[in-house]
Write a protein that binds this ligand. Structure first.
Ligand SMILES: *[C@@H]1O[C@H](CO)[C@@H](O)[C@H](O)[C@H]1NC(C)=O
Ligand SMILES: *[C@@H]1O[C@H](CO)[C@@H](O)[C@H](O)[C@H]1NC(C)=O
Ligand SMILES: *[C@@H]1O[C@H](CO)[C@@H](O)[C@H](O)[C@H]1NC(C)=O
Length: 489
């Protein structure tokens, strides 16, 4: 038979389809959070993902517009169920069915979104939650799994639960081989692992060398990075040169010890913030993320799991409305700034240029800033309340010891606070009054590393997550049947 382009292209498409079915995309993923006062339009972010070769995203909820924008892109999606829904999901199979129907099935069938995972809860066993979600997490996972089975999509969409890395430890020796689930929650984590194993799902964990450095001033800095400069840790002949490998393998040992030696692991979050703490800066973030990419490149794994690492960077874009209870750095995890501009050079190994591609056609507000009026006495007793007001509703996390705007001096501090509030309020005139202390200027007050941002134009999400569909036909079956007829005919 001679070369027939029509047959050839059909065969090629079938191969692409089959590969898509059976091979979960490797490469790097990214976390896309929405806790921002001003979000980029979802289409803009999706284009950014594609142009940067990011094939997987992890979401923290099920925003309709975000999911819709991810439709027909092939990008693998992990959809999240927030912790505050765990109680409901745990106690009501109806709620779980409705959630799956509205937030998963609809997007699979109607919007062609490549949903692969549901993340039930987000780090629900974190110590700060005081065991609030300890007994609801697994029942919620079970109900969501049952709903996926009922909807006929449980082979495409797997249930998992991103856990923080302190659900396991390695006491008393501190060696990865001493790894086990933490004693006080051992039974809970064991039951989750058992459930994941039974449903063929991965164990998802978030690993943060930055946090180790943040909470422990004596943590060896070099061990957080991948340059091999730290004193190695020798675990019975296996040598560890960085915390990521050691922490990951502590989990591998914990799983093995409890009978799940082959359970796949997903790194749900990994990254480094760029501001808000003395260890949160561009240099360290670049060094960590680039080091991590090199560390896992070419499918290299860890000493205990030399297979490819499946990881999601935390995070894609800065979120200026995140809680700063854990620390001021929380609003600065992005590889990109709030407006989708790369913060530093990072080669993800996914683009031809090797450079990050910024968001396109970003719409900004006018080029104007709100600053402290000239001649105001800094000891005016009415000034401090204005600054507190501005910082509480704006974002002052770039002010502080060894941060990007840490050297502004008092008047610069006040201006920074005023401007932050003014931008977040979309440059409304009233938002630069501050009892007569504020004034609008057209000259950029930024200096050195300290940027006074201009906000992006507000984007209003349609909030259309009420749209509902009872279609239960999965995307794969639609494509499968279509292809079948197309080939036969
Ligand atoms: C779908 O997800 C959204 C966002 O997390 C949530 O607000 C909504 O209640 C969910 N729908 C159902 C039916 O549970
Ligand atoms: C946890 O407990 C501490 C101390 O009792 C309390 O201050 C904190 O508000 C609690 N946190 C939550 C999320 O319930
Ligand atoms: C500026 O503000 C930061 C954060 O509130 C504070 O740590 C710093 O001391 C202030 N600097 C001056 C000179 O007031």
């Amino acid at each position: 038979m001679g070369f027939n382009p029509k047959v050839y292209s059909k065969v090629l498409l079938v191969v692409v389809y089959l590969v898509g079915l059976f091979d979960r995309v490797s490469g790097i993923g990214a976390n896309w959070g929405l806790q921002s006062t001003h979000r980029l339009p979802p289409e803009t972010v999706v284009r950014m993902l594609r142009e940067n070769g990011i094939q997987k995203v992890k979401l923290f909820d099920a925003d309709y517009d975000v999911l819709k924008a991810l439709g027909k892109t092939g990008i693998e999606v992990m959809v999240g169920i927030p912790n505050d829904l765990l109680q409901t999901m745990a106690t009501s199979t109806k709620a779980a069915n409705n959630w799956v129907s509205q937030n998963i099935s609809t997007h699979l069938s109607k919007n062609a979104v490549n949903i692969r995972y549901v993340a039930v809860g987000n780090e629900p066993f974190l110590a700060t939650y005081n065991d609030t979600f300890l007994s609801t997490t697994l029942p919620a996972m079970k109900n969501v799994q049952a709903a996926l089975v009922k909807a006929g999509i449980s082979s495409q969409v797997k249930v998992t639960c991103p856990l923080n890395a302190d659900v396991y430890d390695s006491s008393p020796s501190g060696m990865p081989s001493a790894g086990d689930f933490r004693a006080d929650i051992h039974e809970y984590v064991l039951q989750i692992a058992k459930f994941l194993s039974d449903s063929g799902s991965p164990f998802t964990v978030n690993i943060y060398p930055f946090i180790s450095l943040y909470i422990d001033a004596n943590f060896p800095v070099e061990y957080a990075f991948f340059d091999g400069n730290a004193s190695p840790v020798n675990d019975g002949g296996t040598t560890y040169y960085n915390m990521f490998d050691a922490n990951h393998d502590t989990l591998v040992w914990a799983l093995r010890k409890n009978g799940f030696g082959n359970m796949p692991i997903i790194i749900g979050e990994i990254g480094w913030p760029t501001d808000g703490d003395r260890n949160a800066n561009l240099l360290y973030a670049q060094r960590f993320n680039q080091g991590f990419m090199a560390h896992i490149s070419g499918g290299k794994g860890t000493p205990m799991r030399p297979s490819p690492i499946d990881a999601y960077l935390f995070s894609l874009i800065d979120e200026d409305a995140k809680s700063i209870a854990p620390g001021s750095f929380e609003r600065h995890w992005g590889v990109f700034t709030f407006d989708g501009q790369p913060k530093y050079t990072l080669n993800l190994g996914t683009t031809n240029s090797g450079a990050l591609v910024p968001a396109r056609n970003v719409q900004y507000l006018e080029k104007k800033w709100c600053v402290l009026k000239n001649g105001v006495k800094l000891d005016d007793s009415n000034l401090a309340p204005s600054v507190s007001y501005a910082c509480a509703r704006g974002d002052c996390t770039s002010l502080g010891y060894q941060t990007s705007c840490g050297n502004l001096g008092t008047d610069g501090n006040v201006s920074y606070a005023f401007n932050s509030y003014y931008q977040i309020q979309n440059q409304k005139d009233e938002a630069c009054k501050f009892d007569g202390f504020g004034v609008v200027t057209r000259s950029d007050p930024s200096s050195g590393s300290c940027k006074f941002p201009i906000m992006i134009r507000p984007y209003y999400y349609s909030g259309a997550n009420q749209r509902f569909s009872h279609l239960r036909v999965s995307l794969s079956s639609v494509i499968g049947v279509t292809l079948f007829f197309w080939i036969v005919i």
